[in-house]
Design a protein around this ligand. Structure first.
Ligand code: IPE
Ligand code: IPE
Ligand code: MG
Length: 238
């Protein structure tokens, strides 16, 4: 197995390009998404084997509800299928699953599957696998503001004492390290509302490969490129 001199603690991936991949192959979009799930399986397994601490995957954004109902339905179906078919293996691999996003806004069956996956794997000590579903970075920050405002109104915290750590604690990613490496496939160079707060000092990589084609070799290339980055956090590494 490949080893890396510097491994990111937290990798985040915007899995983009399923639609274009389906178009290229002249097949239905749903099949593009299905092929995307295959790529995702391999990346989860590899992250776990490499000993990466946390992996956050953008699966469905708060904005993706705008897509046509047929596509949304196909994505919801795939989600349910993923959580039903993968959960045993992930649990066996000691993976701890956390959902980032508003589960209450999900259809009932999916919501139940997400909650049960979290519940079943919550004591696992291996890879922290975060799946962002019905997730938006701005919605997450607004939710954090509500959580802190309620605590202040109840007299549990002093508003003047609110600091960055308290904000971080009110996010879905509570307790996780900041994102070290963000990968977005398909060549698009934007965050699309993903982990706005957590990516403050992330290193960004935008491989042009479409998500269903993203291979372990592409992942290794990204990890190699990350290891060569000079991270300064505003200071100097002389
Ligand atoms: C990403 O692929 C998957 C989701 C948003 C769920 P897209 O479906 O956005 O693929 P493109 O951008 O249309 O190629
Ligand atoms: C971001 O991709 C969301 C996911 C990958 C789940 P989109 O394809 O929805 O983003 P935009 O619309 O190109 O910004
Ligand atoms: Mg896209």
């Amino acid at each position: 197995m490949t080893t890396y001199p510097i491994l990111p603690r937290h990798v985040a991936i915007i899995m983009d390009g399923n639609g274009r991949w389906a178009k290229q192959h002249k097949i239905k979009i749903a099949l593009g998404h299905r092929t995307g799930v295959e790529a995702l399986r391999a990346i989860i397994r590899e992250s776990s084997d490499l000993g990466i601490e946390a992996l956050s995957l953008y699966a469905f954004s708060t904005e993706n509800w705008k897509r046509d109902p047929g596509e949304v339905e196909a994505l919801m179906g795939l989600l349910l299928e993923f959580f039903t078919s993968e959960i045993d293996e992930l649990h066996e691999k000691n993976v701890c699953i956390r959902i980032l996003g508003d589960k209450d806004g999900m259809p009932e069956k999916q919501r139940t599957a997400l909650i049960s996956a979290e519940e079943r794997t919550k004591d696992n000590t291996g890879l922290k696998l975060n799946i962002a579903i019905n997730y938006g970075g701005r919605a997450e920050l607004a939710r954090a503001a509500r959580i802190l405002a309620k605590k202040a109104a109840a007299g549990e915290i002093d508003p003047d004492a609110i600091d960055e750590a308290m904000v971080a604690d009110a996010l879905y990613t509570r307790g996780l390290p900041d994102v070290d490496l963000l990968i977005r496939t398909s060549g698009e160079m934007r965050l699309s509302n993903f982990l706005l707060y957590q990516c403050a000092y992330a290193e960004f990589l935008f491989p042009t490969v479409l998500w269903p084609d993203f291979s372990l070799a592409d992942y290794h290339q990204a990890l190699d490129a990350f290891a060569k980055r000079d991270r300064r956090y505003g200071g100097r590494n002389s």
